[in-house]
Design a protein around this ligand. Structure first.
Ligand SMILES: Cc1cc2nc3c(=O)[nH]c(=O)nc-3n(C[C@H](O)[C@H](O)[C@H](O)COP(=O)(O)OP(=O)(O)OC[C@H]3O[C@@H](n4cnc5c(N)ncnc54)[C@H](O)[C@@H]3O)c2cc1C
Length: 435
């Protein structure tokens, strides 16, 4: 298996141009730093509102988490709906869920409006429960969906086998209005649209440090009235706020194309995106050119501070997958790649102003493409309307965390984040909080 991101291979068919690095000193209304899902959507909102906008990106647009992702476009993320409702209560929980729903809608609307070529597929989602605990999760999810009035269908026994013959699945819940996309092509297509609209974009241009309103890069600088940071793996040299984010590591692999018979066996009644109920879950879907995109991780590597590039973890994920679907035992997986997802301690993003430099905003720890889409857009809307606060209550930085900062300093980041994330996912309950 090659250590290579399949989405980069698919770029060879795309018609987007590289935007060369910044080599001058310039001024603008708004600078967006980082061109993942969050930064690209921030720039789109700003340019559509007539702002003079510059976007600088360390790699290529979409070159980090966004372009390494599996492209599942669903409101579901690391937090399941029943976990969100337990934590926020029904009314606020529905608002939090709608953040991701809005994110999905925005991406789909862009693809349609700008006729982007990014392999967007409408695919239902199927969350499958393993064992008794998994079955319980499925029913908890079903009850949560019912509470917010979202249509779903629950499957068990023979009915489940008819749509998903995987061994060991005890129950499944299916939701609609979800999509799959080639996330790197989407990012590159959005870059093309932004350039057409007048955004000045510089790829291969990391911001190294700030001097007041000036963002400095290797060979140039951008001075802006407002600055939005939408970057991952932030270093303390950019801002001490980097203490608020850590990462989780997961792996993906892509198969050779399946033939129609194999597809029929894997998805007897039509395809969908699927993930299971394990703590470190596995997930798979069919791409437009009929390959299996399969992802997963391991408890040991998820929160490791180091990048793991060996194929050991993904090979285990492939083996498990083949055990569940023995008719695919012969199937070759050609390429694999690891990726890190930035996260906050409670899995909900932070959108905040810098306390000392209020013209700077940070969008941090967006776990999921739809969340990043919404949060980048939200930060841009806050530039356009400084009184906007509609979602601050959920996204603010000064919300209480289970492991507070002084304790984090004692425990170390890896332990503090692991504990806090487990707490937020499985135990955190709704307590009345002030807005
Ligand atoms: C393997 C994997 C699979 C995933 N699968 C899914 C999925 O199926 N569905 C889903 O919803 N989510 C998925 N995710 C999560 C999703 O990819 C992220 O949550 C989302 O892309 C975050 O977007 P972002 O814009 O916040 O961050 P990023 O996409 O990481 O964007 C940040 C950008 O900032 C740039 N940058 C960093 N530092 C600097 C600097 N100093 N100067 C300039 N630029 C800088 C980076 O190069 C990067 O392009 C997956 C993630 C991984 C890793």
């Amino acid at each position: 298996m090659l250590l290579q991101n399949w989405w980069y291979t698919t770029l060879l068919n795309s018609k987007t141009d590289y935007c060369p690095p910044l080599k001058e000193h310039m001024e603008t209304d708004v600078l967006v730093v980082g061109a993942g899902m969050a930064g690209l959507h921030a720039a789109l909102r700003l340019v559509e509102a007539g702002k003079n906008t510059v976007l600088v990106e360390r790699n290529i647009c979409g070159g980090s988490s966004t372009g390494k992702s599996a492209g599942f476009l669903t409101p579901d993320s690391e937090l399941e709906l029943h976990q969100i409702l337990r934590r926020y209560g029904l009314e606020d929980g529905a608002k939090v869920w709608n953040i991701a729903v809005e994110g999905v809608k925005r991406v789909v609307a862009n693809v349609t409006q700008y006729q982007m070529k990014c392999d967007l597929l409408e695919q239902d989602s199927l969350f499958v429960g393993l064992g008794k605990a998994g079955k319980k999760s499925v029913y908890e999810e079903a009850a949560a969906f019912q509470k917010i009035g979202y249509p779903t269908q629950v499957y068990e026994g023979a009915a489940l086998k008819r749509i998903n013959p995987g061994k060991g699945y005890m129950a499944g819940i299916r939701t609609g209005k979800t999509y799959a996309v080639n996330p790197l092509l989407y990012a590159q297509e959005l870059k093309r649209i932004l350039v057409q609209k007048g955004v000045r974009i510089y790829e291969g241009t990391p911001v190294t440090h700030m001097e007041g309103h000036k963002a400095c890069t290797h060979m140039g600088s951008v001075t802006a009235k407002n600055i939005i940071f939408c970057i991952d793996k932030m270093r303390p040299t950019v801002s001490r706020i980097s203490e608020q984010v850590y990462h989780a590591q997961t792996f993906l692999t892509i198969s050779e194309p399946l033939d129609p018979n194999e597809i029929k066996q894997l998805f007897p009644e039509g395809d969908f995106m699927c993930w299971d109920s394990k703590l470190v879950y596995s997930y798979y879907r069919l791409t437009g050119d009929k390959r299996i995109l399969l992802g997963g991780g391991s408890p040991l590597t998820t929160f490791l501070p180091l990048d793991v590039t060996s194929p050991t973890v993904i090979k285990r994920v492939i083996r498990d997958f083949k055990n569940r679907f023995p008719f695919l035992k012969h199937q070759e997986f050609m390429q694999y790649w690891p990726g890190r997802i930035d996260t906050t301690k409670d899995l909900v993003p932070i959108v905040t102003h810098d306390p000392k430099s209020p013209y700077i905003q940070y969008v941090l720890g967006c776990v999921g493409l739809p969340w990043a889409t919404f949060c980048g857009d939200y930060a841009a809307r806050k530039v356009l309307d400084p009184t906007l606060q509609s979602h601050d209550k959920f996204l603010r930085i000064d919300r209480p965390f289970f492991v507070p900062m002084p304790l984090q300093k004692l425990m170390g980041k890896m332990t503090a984040f692991s504990f806090n994330i487990l707490y937020s996912k499985y135990f955190q309950k709704n307590r009345k909080r002030s807005a």
